[in-house]
Design a protein around this ligand. Structure first.
Ligand code: CA
Length: 246
């Protein structure tokens, strides 16, 4: 098992959390899915299974570290999922799994932004070895940081994807949390509504920039007003928002 340590931010006090590396296995053949899961778990990975494309996409959008996508999935296929994830700006490593071994599929898959390609029938050991290799490389490229920010009584914990006030979960919705995290990751930096939309909602989001304002209002209600905390987000006139750090 290789847990990923969450480095402490300067103000994080004594807390540090450990996150298991999580892998999505999107495969509709249950026997294969269970076999891959068994081997990955034996190596210390946390595994999420998805038996269809829509569930796979939903899971991959959340906080998984790597996705193994069967190309032949009901609903969205592996190619489509990879394409959507990349278009939305998700940079998690993707391994495509397919029964088709032809060169065209391989090239299409890699062009879509997959990191590797494994043809069925495959050796599970080899698949796991490739997963490890990709994660090792991607961590070298971009060390994974889990943010743990303490601001007075409030604690923003990326490992748990939760915000706590006085140790109590503030019950943020995923999008509210993602917005707060994006701001907190850039303390003192004014972030435009446009950038926040791109980073939190994805490039293809059809709504307008008022969506950001609505979510900021909810964050202020759920945290600042409800818990009587000092302001943590400042409005930057005609531009966007800024996280205030102490
Ligand atoms: Ca399949």
């Amino acid at each position: 098992m290789r847990p990923v340590p969450c480095p402490r931010t300067p103000a994080a006090g004594t807390l540090a959390c450990m996150a298991q590396t999580s892998v999505l296995v999107a495969e509709d053949d249950d026997a294969i899915a269970q076999l891959v899961r068994h081997h990955l778990e034996a190596e210390g990975f946390q595994v999420a299974l998805a038996a269809d494309g829509n569930m796979a996409l939903r899971t991959a959008r959340r906080n998984v570290d790597l996705a193994i996508l069967d190309v032949g999935l009901p609903g969205l296929d592996g190619f489509e999922i990879a394409r959507i994830l990349r278009r939305e700006g998700h940079d998690l490593p993707i391994v495509l799994l397919t029964a088709r071994g032809d060169e065209v599929d391989r090239v299409v898959g890699l062009e879509l932004g997959a990191d590797d390609y494994v043809t069925k029938p495959f050796s599970v050991r080899e698949l796991v070895a490739r997963v490890r290799g990709i994660l090792r490389r991607s961590k070298q490229d971009q060390p994974r940081r889990h943010l743990l920010v303490r601001l007075g009584r409030m604690e923003i914990d990326e490992c748990a994807r939760a915000v706590r006030v006085d140790g109590i979960d503030a019950g943020l919705k995923p999008r509210e949390f993602a917005l707060l995290l994006e701001l907190a990751a850039n303390p003192g930096v004014a972030l435009s509504r446009e950038r926040l939309l791109d980073r939190v909602w994805g490039m293809d989001f059809a709504g307008d920039e008022r969506t950001v304002d609505v979510h900021i209002r909810r964050l202020r209600q759920k945290l600042q007003e409800r818990w009587e905390l000092p302001a943590f987000v400042q409005t930057v006139h005609s531009y966007g928002y800024k996280f205030i750090r102490g």
